[in-house]
Design a protein around this ligand. Structure first.
Ligand code: AMP
Length: 210
């Protein structure tokens, strides 16, 4: 059973690596940002509440996100494991996760702020299948998704002012998790997110396959 958590700042490549891990090991990729964006797009009362937070670059309230994650992790889809991308993002969420299940690998993908900003400023997402493109992975045809031909868009919270705010939230709220997980040194591992997609993935596979 592979229960993997990826932690890292915006633009470190968490989403890209989570997708590769999910494909290689046949486990679901749980991206909290995508789940919340879907909820917001549906326009349900809960979704509209969520939108208020992420349109300001803030974390959504714990009760909302923890409920969503718990439901996912305990579902049949996750029987063989999962890769979590975007959760936990603060101490309260880390403690809640510990109450739900045991994690085998906590992989931190490091990247300096300048690199995060550079990558995010060129990031585009498919409006249909949400595939991510950027300087390292450009689409074959400008503005169009290679996979589903959907239109590429810039996420509302990828605008420069909000990226700075989100990085601040990462440093203030998510980074302290390193201290929390430090005692589990067999579980916590770091990789260098400034390397290419292939190299980072190689480092991750090495950790998983030990
Ligand atoms: P992401 O796509 O992971 O960058 O997430 C986009 C936005 O969704 C964040 O800026 C938060 O507003 C919200 N979000 C994602 N994951 C979480 C989480 N674990 N806890 C609270 N808010 C989250």
């Amino acid at each position: 059973m592979l229960r993997i958590v990826l932690i890292g700042p915006q633009g470190c490549g968490k989403g890209t690596q989570a997708k590769l891990i999910a494909e290689k090991y046949g486990i679901p990729h749980i991206a909290t940002g995508d789940l919340l964006r879907e909820a917001a797009e549906k326009g349900t009362p809960e979704g509209l509440e969520v939108k208020k937070y992420f349109s300001k670059g803030k974390l959504v309230p714990e009760k909302v996100i923890i409920k969503i994650i718990e439901g996912k992790i305990l579902s049949d889809d996750c029987k063989r494991g999962f890769v979590l991308d975007g959760f936990p993002r603060n101490l309260e969420q880390a403690e809640a996760l510990d109450d739900i299940t045991e994690i085998n690998f906590i992989i931190v993908i490091d990247a300096p702020d300048e690199l995060s900003i550079k990558r995010i400023s060129s990031r585009q997402n498919c409006s249909q299948c949400r595939r991510v493109y950027g300087i390292d992975i450009p689409p074959k045809k400008k503005g169009m998704c290679d996979t589903c031909k959907g239109k590429l868009i810039v996420r509302e919270d990828d605008k420069p002012e909000l990226v700075k705010k989100r990085l601040e939230v990462y440093h203030d709220e998510t980074e302290p998790l390193m201290e929390y997980y430090k005692i589990r040194e067999d579980v916590l591992q770091k990789v260098d997110g400034s390397k290419s997609v292939e190299e980072v993935f190689k480092q991750i596979v090495k950790i998983i396959e030990g």
